[in-house]
Write a protein that binds this ligand. Structure first.
Ligand SMILES: Cc1cc2nc3c(=O)[nH]c(=O)nc-3n(C[C@H](O)[C@H](O)[C@H](O)COP(=O)(O)OP(=O)(O)OC[C@H]3O[C@@H](n4cnc5c(N)ncnc54)[C@H](O)[C@@H]3O)c2cc1C
Ligand code: SF4
Length: 479
């Protein structure tokens, strides 16, 4: 029988127990007592810097105070009223560069209050009850099409539903959740958390989910504009960058596709992984792909990145996570080609530079043996689904103003597909929320203008005589 440990690329490298251990929760939840002790560390700062560092502006001092007072339900409502994906964000936010970096205890003693863990503690408590803490306003009679059921689309849909609008939520994929379901590392969101959170969000009512429906393939923007009062686009980044001009070989794989297969697999032993894996890139996707390859049983995993550690988009915490999991990171190395054997990749070739060499001259070319190469050099917005609509782009993504309005009246957009964002779950959630609030304002303004223009004749008469009375009075007073 084939021994998978000797094959260059194979599944089943580990036993069932090792897979379960490797893909368990990265950061287990706090116990009630631990949460209480951690909450007591908070100074409940006035004008708290942690709040300003949160893209969704959760009132962190307030929710921590509520946990300290034993009011987990109230704490969760504080969080979720600002960020309906507070549960997922507690698991995936790079808190070390957001709220926890800003925490005064981080500055004073290098040990911030563990805001992310406390947020998870509170939101888990509410998710366990299965109850939706928010109700819906009376129906406005307005309909909104939301395209893309990722964090941006789900956040937008939930806020619109709260405000009384009827939402139809389209997504090209069979499951909602976007990258929460298909991209986030498996050990960050265990126990099917992404789908449980989607169920929680949809339980508000007023949102009709239509999976398997893609803009640009059966759905088009002009029809949505005609059929709905407003449209929100949360399309994410459907394309990935490839290494150009280096030829092809078996087992040179797009890292996002590798992670998607892993997230969707019910049995990790079925997933083929190389004995020696090279990951090209320096962002979260590169780290996630590398760590997960190691956890699938790869013997050697190397991330190669063209610049230094301080330039990597993956935070220092994530770089450390990779190293703790046995991943080697090589800096100042740019891919230049591959070696092949029988049509399969056998080594990745890199131009190695000196960090202090401003001219960027190549010190030497290095070969890193590889049975599998995972390419994680960025994702791109695919504009084809917009069809002939004149939605303006900036830097290859949709141009929006502060309210997330696109250049096409009646069409809003948010999340990774818009220009100038941070490409984080939490910023997509904020975009969706802000767009929903803007849509609500626009629909209410349009309704009140329409009301004025259809003022009944009797009321119009009253208004006219009131105006003439005012004019007469003003004339008498010599105004
Ligand atoms: C591998 C990976 C790991 C990441 N890890 C983290 C992390 O740990 N922490 C973090 O904060 N961020 C992380 N991110 C970034 C984060 O996942 C994104 O910023 C976030 O998901 C963006 O949300 P979104 O709704 O804009 O897009 P997406 O989550 O991409 O959702 C877009 C949705 O639109 C749908 N769609 C696309 N095109 C169409 C169409 N034509 N018609 C209909 N539907 C369509 C898609 O199917 C998808 O459901 C990671 C990203 C990747 C790729
Ligand atoms: S900055 Fe830190 S100590 Fe101050 S309120 Fe925020 S979490 Fe608490």
């Amino acid at each position: 029988m084939m021994d998978p440990t000797h094959e260059p690329v194979a599944g089943g490298r580990l036993d069932a127990e090792a897979y379960a251990r490797n893909f368990a929760d990265l950061t287990p939840p706090l116990t009630r007592h631990e949460a209480f002790v951690e909450a007591e560390r908070c100074y409940f700062c006035y004008d708290a810097p942690c709040l300003n560092a949160c893209p969704t502006r959760i009132d962190i001092a307030l929710f921590i105070r509520q946990i300290a007072a034993g009011n987990d339900q109230g704490a969760a409502e504080t969080i979720l009223s600002a960020n309906i994906m507070g549960g997922m964000c507690a698991r995936v936010c790079p808190v070390e560069t957001l709220c926890e970096e800003a925490c005064v205890r981080e500055h004073a003693e290098g040990k911030p209050v563990h805001i992310g863990l406390l947020q998870r503690h509170a939101t888990d408590a509410v998710m366990k009850t299965g109850e939706q803490p928010f109700g819906r306003a009376p129906s406005t009679g307005k309909t909104v099409a939301v395209v893309g059921a990722g964090p941006a689309g789900l956040s937008c849909a939930h806020r619109l539903a709260m405000l009384g609008h009827a939402v139809t939520l389209f997504d090209a994929k069979p499951k909602p959740g976007g990258l929460n379901e298909y991209g986030i590392a498996a050990y960050k969101a265990v126990d099917d958390f992404a789908q449980r959170e989607v169920d929680f969000i949809l339980s508000i009512g007023g949102i009709e989910l239509r999976p398997g429906m893609a803009l640009g393939a059966g759905l088009d923007l002009a029809t949505l504009q005609a059929d709905y009062h407003a449209v929100f686009l949360g399309l994410g980044l459907a394309g990935t960058n490839a290494l150009e001009g280096m030829g092809e070989a078996a087992h040179i794989v797009d890292a996002v596709g590798f992670i998607e297969a892993l997230r969707q697999s019910g049995n990790k032993a079925e997933l083929p992984v190389g004995r020696r894996v090279v990951v090209v890139g320096g962002g979260m996707t590169a780290v996630d792909a590398a760590v997960q390859a190691k956890k699938l049983g790869a013997e050697e995993v190397t991330i190669v990145y063209r610049r230094g550690p301080e330039h990597m988009k993956a935070s220092l915490f994530e770089q450390e996570l990779a190293q703790k999991n046995g991943v080697t990171i090589r800096h100042w190395a740019s891919p230049v080609g591959f070696e092949r054997q029988d049509g399969r990749v056998s080594a990745a070739l890199f131009a190695q530079r000196r960090p202090d060499d401003a001219a960027g001259s190549v010190a030497r070319t290095a070969a890193v043996p590889a049975d599998m190469v995972l390419v994680a050099i960025g994702q791109t917005f695919v504009e084809a689904p917009l069809g002939t609509a004149t939605v303006a782009l900036s830097g290859g993504r949709i141009l929006v103003d502060e309210e997330r309005r696109t250049t096409v009246p009646g069409v809003w957009a948010g999340g990774d597909c818009v220009a100038g964002g941070q490409d984080l779950t939490v910023s997509a959630v904020e975009d969706g929320k802000q767009a929903a609030l803007s849509i609500d304002r626009a629909l209410k303004q349009a309704a009140s203008q329409a009301d004025r223009s259809v003022l009944p004749a009797s009321l119009a008469g009253v208004a006219a005589s009131a105006a003439s009375l005012a004019a007469t009075a003003a004339a008498k007073l010599g105004l």
